[in-house]
Design a protein around this ligand. Structure first.
Ligand code: SAM
Length: 340
């Protein structure tokens, strides 16, 4: 089978779970690779009772040349990376359309974040306000929202600031739904299908770029940040939300200069300022857990118990790491601005 055939195959829920875990571990472990046990542990934490059996699927990926094995450690081949991206796009598309269609999820967002924007992140009203304050947007601004998901946050930011926004996501059905929903506003608000690993857009075309809880999915974060900087006009800025837990066994949380994103910015000689949302994140995860529990019956009555289960599993996972987890908003200036 060619790579095109592989990615075009109909994927099951197990394929999608496996792809999600593979992307998370492959980016974390880099060239050192990961073991099957590490993959299983990540799956158990992330999917709890929804976890499906993967062993056979994993073996098939290996046979198909999507995984390389060396001394029981695995890395993804180039075709493997392409397969995972395609599967993740399908998985996200499915999940995002699910939350957008759920009345109970709308109530959930209103209670947790203070406003229902079909959030699929840890960004409440206060954090969005800080984002707008930091960027100080006006009608002349052209802003790119990388990994916009359902795109209602993009729409809200465009409406509140008066700036023109382009929402980009790699899940085509979600982008099509956003285009239909906002067709009357197409002069100020556009949505495009795109991959943050590539960011194939004209250089120097945005005065600001935002990424709300999306950069974790970049295959190569340095490359994605480099592309983002190229897309900025001179004087442009990046506003990036990033959460990260310190390694297990570490007593202290990561400081704003210690995260993976900070290291990438430092290596690229980019200057940044940060706003600390660490305490807010911990209380948000507590709220997501309590609110999902309170709405369990409503999710169930709506036939969307999987949304309850997914939210609870994720909340428990991050709450269990709350004392070593940090969250920051990074505001990065275009490097040329320092020369002028
Ligand atoms: C955690 S969600 C955040 C969505 C939205 N920003 C929000 O705050 O609700 C991550 C988003 O990144 C998108 N995404 C993941 N990998 C991507 C990629 N390689 N290129 C473009 N979008 C991607 C997903 O489809 C999803 O919409």
């Amino acid at each position: 089978m060619t790579e095109r055939d592989e990615t075009a195959a109909v994927l099951t829920e197990s394929d999608l779970q496996l792809a999600f875990a593979l992307r998370a571990l492959a980016t974390r472990s880099g060239t050192a690779g990961f073991t099957f046990e590490e993959l299983r542990t990540l799956g158990e934490q992330r999917f709890e009772e929804r976890l499906l059996p993967w062993d056979e699927l994993f073996a098939r990926l290996h046979v198909r040349g999507l995984l390389l094995a060396r001394e029981h450690r695995y890395t993804l081949t180039e075709s493997g990376k392409a397969y995972v991206t395609s599967a993740m796009s399908e998985g996200f598309g499915h999940e995002l359309l699910g939350i957008a269609a759920s009345r109970t999820y709308a109530t959930f967002c209103e209670r947790v974040y203070g406003r229902d924007l079909t959030q699929f992140s840890m960004t409440d009203e206060q954090q969005l306000e800080m984002l707008l304050d930091s960027l100080d947007l006006c009608a002349q601004d052209q802003v790119l929202d990388v990994g916009c998901g359902v795109g209602r946050i993009t729409e809200y930011l465009a409406h509140t600031s008066g700036a023109a926004f382009v929402g980009l996501d790699f899940a085509p059905p979600v982008i099509e739904a956003a285009q239909r929903r906002t067709s009357g506003k197409a002069d100020r608000l556009q949505y495009v299908v795109g991959n943050m690993d590539v960011l194939d857009l004209p250089k120097g075309s945005f005065t600001a770029i935002i990424a709300i809880d999306t950069l974790y999915f970049a295959q190569n974060l340095s490359h994605t940040i480099g592309r983002m900087v190229e897309l900025l006009t001179q004087g442009g800025r990046l506003a990036l939300f990033w959460s990260q837990s310190a390694a297990e066994g570490q007593e202290n949380r990561l400081g704003p200069d210690d995260t993976k994103l900070a290291r990438v910015l430092q290596e690229a000689n980019l200057t940044y300022t940060t706003t600390d949302f660490t305490l807010e994140e911990a209380s948000l995860w507590r709220r997501t857990l309590d609110t999902a529990e309170a709405l369990r019956g409503d999710f169930e009555a709506e036939g969307r118990l999987e949304l309850y289960q997914g939210t609870v599993a994720e909340s428990r996972l991050w709450l269990s790491e709350a004392d070593r987890r940090s969250r920051f908003l990074y505001l990065v200036r275009h490097p040329k601005e320092r020369l002028s």
